[in-house]
Design a protein around this ligand. Structure first.
Ligand code: SIN
Ligand code: CO
Length: 407
């Protein structure tokens, strides 16, 4: 389903525990496939069905929780009404009151709730199981509830997605044909393919998961009531990044100057020399690599505009904070969080959380990896200056509400 443009924790299974790498990316997919094999053979290449990727009992998503999230005006939700709207495939945007949801018929509609990981810690924990893909490529977790026969129609997406069946059953059909703009039914709220012919189909049960690379036409139809988690990735385009760079006013502003302008034979000609000047003006507008990398880190970790940052934490005094860590207490990222880090050419580390930037010395790379990786952050204070610096970073992240103690 195309994502709209603008933007009780999950108990980890025994299998997932084994797949975790203490300080880095998950080495296995949910269900056990080796992550290197997945990246080599499937990522951005072909579809993959994984049966029993998660124990069904761990996927505790229910309709009542989802409907109440869709009442929240800060949450992006949509209703897709195949038959019950004013016209076929009508899309309505939330928030949706309980009374509105009660008026819906028994079949042929879906509720899609975007960015659930920014609101529910268990959804954020679920996303961590996908950390074999870099954080900055992860978009969000969308959860959809479909009534019997509910669907968003056959369509193409321009991003990779894992479709995890959380409750009920859904029949997924995919096509090996390549579709184009001209195959879309004109005039609908959704980009639906008019001539979709499937080449494969599977009935997904709770815990089953289907990976689809971009551009594979697919159609998921609920068989009875169904809840699907869609782990969506993003692949920023040049126009999105350039647009954001322009909006952030980080480009170098120059204006054409030509005091040596000579008389030209034809005023209509943009001469080779003038074209060189204009091209240079555009290319020089980009910040240097270091500044661009830092902007990218901030930009790619921004929360969607509607999602508020976590509230500030309890202002613990430094000794009390450090004493807790010394006793072995661990920290976790607060929800919502988008995190990343870069290694600068100078050797230093730039850590990014929710669009904010923190600088660390190169020797603190392991801490940056923990803060931005899956699982809790385990750190013990030491006596060195480097350790004191790390401790004060952790304290300020805790005070800013970005990290919290796990219990
Ligand atoms: C999709 O087809 O991309 C997901 C649709 C859904 O969850 O309803
Ligand atoms: Co889709």
């Amino acid at each position: 389903m195309p994502r709209p443009r603008r933007g009780k924790s999950l108990p980890r299974s025994a299998a997932a525990e084994v797949t975790s790498h203490p300080r880095g990316a998950r080495r296995q997919l949910p269900g056990g496939m080796d992550a290197r094999r997945f990246l080599r053979d499937y990522w951005q290449k072909r579809a993959l069905l994984i049966r029993a990727a998660f124990p069904a009992a761990e996927l505790t998503y229910d309709r009542a929780d989802l409907f109440s999230l869709a009442r929240n005006p800060d949450v992006e939700s949509r209703l897709v009404l195949e038959r019950a709207g004013d016209y076929p495939w009508q899309v309505q945007h939330g928030p949706f009151s309980a009374a509105r949801m009660r008026r819906l018929p028994a079949s042929h509609w879906s509720l899609l709730v975007q960015g659930v990981n920014f609101h529910w810690p268990r959804a954020a924990a679920l996303l961590e199981e996908f950390s074999f893909i870099p954080n900055w490529r992860v978009d969000d977790l969308m959860v959809s509830y479909a009534s019997d026969h509910g669907s968003v129609g056959p369509h193409l997406d321009s991003y990779d997605v894992f479709l995890l069946q959380a409750a009920g059953r859904r029949r997924w059909r995919i096509s090996s044909s390549r579709y184009q703009e001209s195959d879309l039914i004109p005039g609908l709220d959704l980009r639906i393919l008019g001539n979709f012919r499937h080449s494969q189909e599977w009935l997904l049960e709770p815990g089953d998961m289907l990976y689809l690379p971009p551009g594979i036409a697919h159609h998921g139809i609920a068989v009875g009531e169904s809840i699907t988690c869609s782990i969506g990735f993003r692949a920023p385009s040049s126009s999105e990044l350039l647009g954001a760079l322009l909006d952030s006013q980080r480009i170098n502003e120059f204006r054409i100057e030509d005091p040596g302008l000579g008389l030209q034979a034809h005023p209509g000609e943009i001469t080779a020399h003038q074209r060189t000047l204009l091209r240079r003006l555009l290319r020089d507008a980009l910040p240097d690599d270091e500044a661009l990398d830092r902007w990218l880190g901030r930009q790619l970790t921004l929360l969607p505009p509607s999602v508020p940052s976590p509230a500030h934490g309890r202002a613990l005094a430094a000794p009390a904070f450090l004493a807790r860590l010394k006793r072995g207490k661990s920290l976790i990222r607060a929800v919502p969080a988008r995190t990343a880090f870069t290694r600068a050419r100078s050797g230093g580390i730039h850590l990014f959380i929710n669009g904010a930037e923190f600088e660390l010395p190169g020797r603190s790379a392991a801490l940056a990896a923990q803060i931005t990786g899956p699982g809790p952050i385990r750190w013990k204070p030491g006596r060195s200056a480097a350790s004191r610096r790390e401790g004060s970073l952790l304290l300020s992240l805790h005070r800013a509400g970005l990290l919290q103690f796990s219990d």
